[in-house]
Each structure stands twice: as structure tokens, then as C-alpha cells.
Design a protein around this ligand. Sequence first.
Ligand SMILES: Cc1cc2nc3c(=O)[nH]c(=O)nc-3n(C[C@H](O)[C@H](O)[C@H](O)COP(=O)(O)OP(=O)(O)OC[C@H]3O[C@@H](n4cnc5c(N)ncnc54)[C@H](O)[C@@H]3O)c2cc1C
Length: 378
Amino acid sequence: MHPIVIVGSGLAGYTLLKEIRKRDTATPVTLVTADDGAFYSKPNLSNALAAGKTAAALAGAGADKMAADQNATVLTHTRVTAIDTAGQRIRTDHGELAYGKLVLALGADPIPHGLAGDGAGAVLAVNDLADYAAFRGAIDGRRRVTVLGGGLIGCEFANDLAHAGFAVDVVHLGGWPLERLLPVEAGQRLADSLAALGVNWHFGRIAKSVERAAEGYGVRLDNGETIATDVVLSAIGLRPRTQLAQAGGIAVRRGIQTNRLLETSAPNVYAMGDCAEVDGLNLPYVQPLMVQARSLAATLTGTSTPVAYPAMPVMVKTPAHPVAVLPPKLGASGGWKVECGDTGICALHVDDNGRLQGFALTGSETGRRNTLVKELAA
Ligand SMILES: Cc1cc2nc3c(=O)[nH]c(=O)nc-3n(C[C@H](O)[C@H](O)[C@H](O)COP(=O)(O)OP(=O)(O)OC[C@H]3O[C@@H](n4cnc5c(N)ncnc54)[C@H](O)[C@@H]3O)c2cc1C
């Protein structure tokens, strides 16, 4: 019997493995991963300074322990290089493997920054534990960090670094942080709170080049301004890893396309987590992949179970001013109704019939999220 083969040892791959084992202890499962296979929770990377944790301390069980605990085979440092969907085999840099079912849990890649200059090669991005170890090495003994991008990950790193005493500049093309998720009042309140912590914002700007300087680097912006810095961290976004699937003839769009059963266009091939576009939606967060893992484990063990998402607010880990946001569906009618209090902002997205479609809460108002989630579910 050919095994279920899971590619990827991120939260998606390992959560699926655990969910399969809750239902079925016997079916052979092989997990193949390009990295060392240590279990870790990626969201912890952007608040590890405040938590007092090094990259090594963030690593949980190693691959051997995960394999033993879950009665699975875990092949580490093994990169899948091709998928033969007709022959139901994958090729890796360590040989070939046949599969009964194949699950792609490949994650996402940082978007290339495209910067010019002789310092561009030193720009870092943090998307896994190894990246984080390199980042911690780079900031060790340094004082100034420039973050490119004021989205969720950029804001979280800015908060963590500023709280730890670094001088932080954030370069952001939008007029306020998280502008695709938050109305201006909420974004501005977050920006003000981070500024009070020492974050220096550069809104409406993009970085063009990074040049080496006598000490550190100079980040040159599109308005000609130069930021003197020691380390540059790119947080301009991630894009689903689709190349492997595409080369194997599997349909991709933004992500690897699946239906609600997480089936791709190829028989017996599934996709989940950051790499997947499930019924038209790529949701690169933890809660969706947990829902996907439970559904797919049921499907793979004999009970066909489509993914059904509950209302899933995203929490932004900015302790200087926390944010909870559940954006309205694309193209939702109506608009934001914003109430600004001294300690937080409550923005409700209400449709033309007065029904709640989404929310953005900041500061003390984040405590209302569970009540609002119930209202949305109703
Ligand atoms: C700094 C940071 C903070 C975040 N904070 C939050 C948060 O607070 N809340 C939240 O909900 N979400 C957060 N997210 C997003 C969340 O962490 C991700 O949605 C989730 O971890 C994605 O898991 P994944 O398993 O899909 O991908 P990944 O963790 O990227 O795993 C992909 C795996 O695939 C393997 N792989 C890729 N290609 C191959 C190949 N060809 N062959 C073999 N193996 C391969 C990789 O080695 C890796 O093991 C954050 C993300 C970041 C970067």
C-alpha cells in the first residue's frame, strides 16, 4: 500500500499529520520536508524578542520525535523537485517516492524586494526558523533596523524590535499600516501607538536601493531621502509556492487551486495551508489551516468532509496597541462605522441592510471580538 505523502513540515503539514493520527493509527504516512523538520509555531517569530526566546528556543520537537510520536516517516532535508501525477510518484533530490495520496503543504515565499545597490544582498526576510536565526545574528550588537512594509508582519516586527530598544524605521507604501484590512482611523491609531514606542514611519514611500555605508547601510527612498540603518528587514509580503504544482500540470492561480475537499486538479493530489487557494480564497493564517487539516484528515481517512470556515478574526500581535480584524468579504456592500474611544477603536463594517459584515477593533476594544464573531455567525 502506497503511503499518504505530505510535503512540508510547517504548521499545515504537521497539523494534518496529527489530525490523521487521531483518526487512523495504521495507514502509512511519510512527511517530506526541505528543512530540518523541527516543529515550531511560525507566529512566534515576530514576538520572540519580547518573549525572551532565541531561534533555538522556539524550536519544539525535532523530526525524529515527531516521527516517533505520530508513527510516521519524516524525511528531512529532502526537496521535492517534480510530481508525476499520472504515475503517482514524486521525485526528490534523494530519489523517488510513490504515493497513494499526495498533500502539498508547501507554504509561501517572501516576495523578492527588487532593490538595487551594493547592500541589497544583505536585506533579510523572516519566513522560517532558519531565517529567524540569521536575523537574530544580524541584529546582535546593532541598534538600527529598517523594516520594509507596514503590513501584519512588518508591524509585529516593528513593535517587537522597538520594545526591545532598537531604533526602528518602517517604510510603507500605504497611507497607514495594514491599509487593506483596517479603516484609516484604526490604522492611524496603531501607527501612533507604535510611534510612541519610537517607530519612525515613512508612509507613501517605497525603498529603491540599499547601499553600503561607512557604518551599516543607507536605504534610499523614492523621494530621495536616505535612512541610515544597520539591518534591513523586508516584510513586503508572501506569495504561495505554486511552481512545483504548476510544473506538474496542476492548476494554479494565486495559490494551488483546490475545491472545498482540498482536491487539486490532479487525482489524489491535495493542497492546504499558505500554498493553497481553496475555492478561490488564499488565507495565509493559522486558523484556516487548522480547519483545513481537520477536514482533510477526515477525507483522507474515509469520510469526505468539505472545508467550512467559521468566522476567523486575525489578531495582530502588536502589544503597544493590539488589533483584531475580520475583513468583510470582497465586494461587500455598505461601509465602515467607526467609533473612536480614548483607549481603542471599534470599526464595524455594516451592509446596506444594517447587518454586520466584518470588524476592526484596536486597543481595549479588541475584547469585543468574541461577541462580534457570534453576531456574525448568527
Ligand atoms: C513572522 C510571521 C508571523 C505570523 N504571525 C501570524 C499570526 O499571528 N497569526 C496567524 O494566524 N498567522 C500568522 N502568520 C502566518 C502563519 O504563520 C502561516 O499561515 C503558517 O505558518 C503557514 O504554514 P504552512 O505550513 O502552510 O507553511 P510553512 O510554515 O511555510 O511550511 C512550508 C513547508 O514546506 C516545505 N517545502 C516547501 N517547498 C518544498 C519542497 N519543494 N520540497 C520539500 N519541502 C518543501 C518547507 O521546508 C516547510 O517545511 C505569520 C507568519 C509569519 C511569517
